[in-house]
Design a binder for this molecule. Structure first.
Ligand SMILES: [Zn+2]
Length: 323
């Protein structure tokens, strides 16, 4: 780690071990928050995840509690979080929440929270209302449960089977820095729209981030607490933009409680070891560690346990200007 980077990290308070790395923003980049509702879907969600990785994009997923229980266990949810995505509540069974008696509303939301917490290790901190429909009573209940309500700016309406161009034209109409885009990981339509949207906006220098209100301070500790001996490691990476690209990450493997996990970066098919995690689990990768290689940096942490695979910590763009 370079001396100047150490100084800057110290100034940012990042060496004081933040609970969750806070993503930095490249200079001049606009941020888009992609959100995916109603998953997970065994067919479409993995395709969505691959498309996001290809463009080094991060997003926020709002699965219903019931669908989550049907299709995803701890490993899938931890993998989603390892890649830098966030999750929030979309209720248990996708009813119109204002129609529910108060007791049923609270039971539905508590059940969805419990399903998420069982897999993530922390209580969700954000919610998207089914159909986007709320009323003052529902919103008061969200407040009481410490769930930040997430709406959207652009809705390409995949249900109406728009052409890709129609869908992108819709996003264009609502285009502004920090915009939230509503999509669904349960339809073929979404795949083509997402691919075109990522390509077009990445080319224009936009970055795609998870919603900060969906990532609690307790995320790292809560996630780490879900792991037991023999499990694969978990972790997270946030790009920093200090003196160009660098990345601050952490990883936890219950089989290596004192750190020392090998960090591997793969750029354009060339894997190379770039160091190990410290005792506190943190690591930093700088542009200098990566030499002349160009392209997104995809990171892994090697598993110390006996059985499962390494943890994939997502792909990260390096071609933007530091700010
Ligand atoms: Zn929905």
């Amino acid at each position: 780690m370079g001396r100047r980077l150490l100084v800057v990290l110290a100034a940012l308070g990042l060496l004081a071990v933040p609970a969750t790395p806070a993503p930095g923003s490249p200079m001049g980049s606009r941020v888009m928050y992609l959100t995916f509702d109603d998953g997970p879907n065994p067919l479409f969600t993995p395709i969505v995840l691959r498309l996001l990785d290809q463009q080094a994009a991060r997003a926020t997923f709002f699965p219903t509690g019931r669908t989550l229980g049907l299709f995803w266990g701890d490993e899938e949810v931890q993998d989603l979080l390892d890649r830098g995505h966030a999750v929030g509540s979309h209720s248990w069974v996708h009813q119109r929440l204002p129609d529910l008696p108060q007791a049923d509303l609270e039971r539905d939301l508590a059940r969805a929270n419990a399903a998420l917490e069982a897999r993530t290790g922390y209580r969700p901190t954000c919610v998207r209302a089914p159909y986007g429909i709320t009323d003052p009573g529902v919103e008061r209940t969200f407040d009481e449960m410490h769930l930040a309500l997430v709406g959207w700016d652009a809705d390409p309406e995949e249900w109406s089977s728009p052409s890709i161009e129609e869908a992108l034209a819709h996003v264009r109409r609502w285009e502004e820095d920090g915009m939230v885009v509503l999509l669904h990981d349960r339809k073929w339509q979404t795949i083509g729209i997402l691919r075109a949207l990522l390509e077009r906006y990445a080319e224009e220098g936009w970055v795609f981030e998870p919603l900060p209100e969906c990532i609690p301070e307790s995320a790292r500790a809560g996630r780490s607490a879900t792991r037991t001996a023999g499990d694969s490691p978990i972790g997270g990476v946030a790009p920093l933009w200090i003196d160009g690209w660098s990345a601050l990450g952490w990883a936890h493997d219950p089989d290596a409680p004192d750190g020392g996990l090998e960090v591997v970066v793969n750029i354009d098919g060339q894997p190379q070891s770039v160091g190990t995690t410290g005792e506190d689990g943190w690591f930093v990768v700088t542009g200098a560690d990566l030499g002349d290689l160009e392209g997104p940096a995809c990171l892994w942490v090697r598993n110390h346990g006996p059985v499962r695979e390494d943890a994939f910590l997502g792909c990260h763009r390096r071609d933007l200007q530091g700010g």
